[in-house]
Write a protein that binds this ligand. Structure first.
Ligand code: HEM
Length: 485
């Protein structure tokens, strides 16, 4: 490994600098292998704020969640989009939005995110419900009624990928499902496996056939093809109309933007769905409470599942599923490992609590690593344990979590923070709720006995929801079929 000597020395007022001769790439690899352990060890030695050189970048980690608000509210001097606008185009293959070539586009894109939230969520929810039932029926419920075996990740991936795709982009003319969906999903997985390397800026030309696969994925969204699709979400329609306003934008560039949204909408949602399902199925007491809650909600609205009618859920019904929501949030706490990054726009002094402040230099990266907070035993008792009702108190959502005797403003951050917080977060939690509710209503399902507990694969630490290290075998059969026996 190449070793470099830090050319930088710590100035007065700056955080401790982890200094000396260190392997240049070594720190980056060590970080990726076990980011949580790496940061905990540095915190032990250097305190709750310190600077490390990782892959050629000076990164200052703010480890104490009581200090998070001071970073999150610094919108102007600490910018997120500078980073994403460099990395996303290279990863997904479109020209940088903020290059000056596309005046006004960035603002429009930011505004389009409202179409994933608020009242717009009603249409998305209804459409997702229909698409989930379509895929569940065609691929898993119709036909034979005996027990079948399947891999759990595979199951989540095939259902959520297609149902989310149909909800976002719509369906083809004259039929309900897109041809080539299986190939599209398989190509997506191949691309996704290379995602951590692309984000680390390894040139795509060095990654075997990844460029060919990405070109194929992008081509799926060619504007001519998309124009024949119907039931497209307002969000994608508005973005497609926006791209049409820029003559200098080629068809392939437009398609690459749509492909990036496909990644954003399923890249994290599929593993998040897997963990939510895995923890529920392996915790019978949680499963019983959540199942009961779902049946109650349907009963109250006089819509209990019967043999002839597919029970579905409205958005209000989904909102009222308190224990289900807590169980999903608990699995997000345990499986998310995203890093929140801000780039200093100038040399300045970042005010922390009281009289405390730290010197930051232009171009430095300020990082929050919420996994350290999610696994802090002072905030979450027995943090390694899955407690499905951790976020319920007195029949309401629990929002009081403490550190050093002080109430935390931020205690669960799988979706990032501040102005760059994931715009799809409400839709994401909603669709996982829908998936699980339908699963519990319409299937008998169990994890095949004798398997090792599933662990996290940390190779995408810093980038979002971690994947499982191995897949899990499940048995299932349509529930209705059993009741009719
Ligand atoms: C950005 C997480 C689902 C659309 C992000 C970010 C995170 C995240 C951590 C970066 C925010 C930051 O760094 O501050 C997740 C997780 C999901 C999920 C954990 C599922 C459990 C979705 C879905 C959609 C979506 C379903 C769309 C339908 C986006 C978009 C951005 C984004 C468009 C970029 C926002 C920007 O450029 O400002 N997401 N996300 N996400 N997410 Fe999600």
């Amino acid at each position: 490994l190449i070793s470099v000597r830090f050319s930088r020395t710590r100035r007065d007022g700056e955080p401790p600098l982890v200094n000396g001769w260190i392997p240049f790439l070594g720190k980056a690899l060590e970080f990726r292998k076990n980011a949580h352990g790496f940061l905990a060890a540095h915190k032990e030695k250097h305190g709750d704020v310190f600077t490390v050189l990782i892959a050629g970048k000076y990164m200052t980690f703010i480890m104490n969640p009581l200090l998070y608000p001071y970073v999150i509210k610094h919108g102007k001097q600490l910018d997120f989009h500078e980073f994403s606008d460099q990395v996303a185009p290279v990863t997904f293959g479109y020209p940088p939005v903020r290059s000056g070539k596309f005046p006004g586009m960035d603002e429009h894109i930011q505004r389009s995110f409202r179409l994933l939230q608020g009242d717009n969520l009603d249409n998305l929810t209804e459409s997702m419900m229909g698409n989930l039932m379509l895929v569940f029926h065609k691929d898993y419920l119709d036909g034979e009624s005996e027990w079948r075996t399947e891999s759990m990740y595979q199951f989540c991936n095939s259902v959520m990928f297609e149902a989310t795709f149909l909800t976002m982009y719509g369906k083809p003319a004259h039929t309900n499902r897109h041809s080539g969906m299986v190939t599209l999903r398989q190509d997506f997985v191949k691309f996704d496996n290379m995602f951590p390397l692309l984000i680390a800026r390894i040139p795509i030309s060095l990654l075997g056939g990844t460029k060919t696969i990405r070109d194929k994925l992008i081509n799926y969204f060619h504007p001519q093809r998309m124009s024949t699709w119907s039931n497209t979400s307002g969000f994608i329609k508005e973005r497609a109309a926006l791209f049409e306003q820029y003559d200098c934008m080629g068809d392939v560039d437009k398609a690459a933007h749509h492909f990036a949204i496909l990644w954003a909408s399923v890249g994290n949602t599929v593993p998040a769905t897997f963990w939510a399902m895995y923890y529920l199925l392996t915790h019978p007491e949680a499963l019983a409470v959540v199942r009961e809650e779902i049946h109650c909600v349907l009963k109250v609205s006089g819509l209990e599942a019967d043999h002839n009618q597919d029970a579905t859920f409205t958005r209000e019904q989904l909102d009222s599923l308190l224990y289900l929501e807590s169980s999903i949030n608990e699995s997000l706490r345990l499986s998310s490992a995203s890093m929140n990054i801000r780039v200093a726009q100038e040399d300045f002094s970042l005010r922390l609590e009281g009289e405390r402040s730290i010197g930051v230099r232009k171009g430095d990266i300020i990082s929050l690593y919420p996994q350290s907070m999610h696994m802090d035993p002072e905030i979450y008792e027995n943090p390694e344990m899955y407690k499905f009702d951790r976020y319920v108190e007195d029949g309401k959502e629990k929002t009081d979590f403490f550190k050093d005797g002080q109430k935390l403003k931020y205690y669960r951050m799988p979706f990032g923070s501040g102005s760059t917080k994931c715009p799809g977060r409400y839709f994401a939690v909603n669709e996982i709720k829908q998936f699980l509710s339908l699963l519990l209503l319409h299937f008998d399902m169990e994890v095949v006995e004798g398997q090792e507990p599933c662990s996290l694969d940390s190779s995408r630490a810093g980038l979002g929801i971690l994947l499982p290290a191995t897949d899990v075998q499940i048995h299932y059969r349509p529930r209705q079929a059993r009741e009719e026996e």
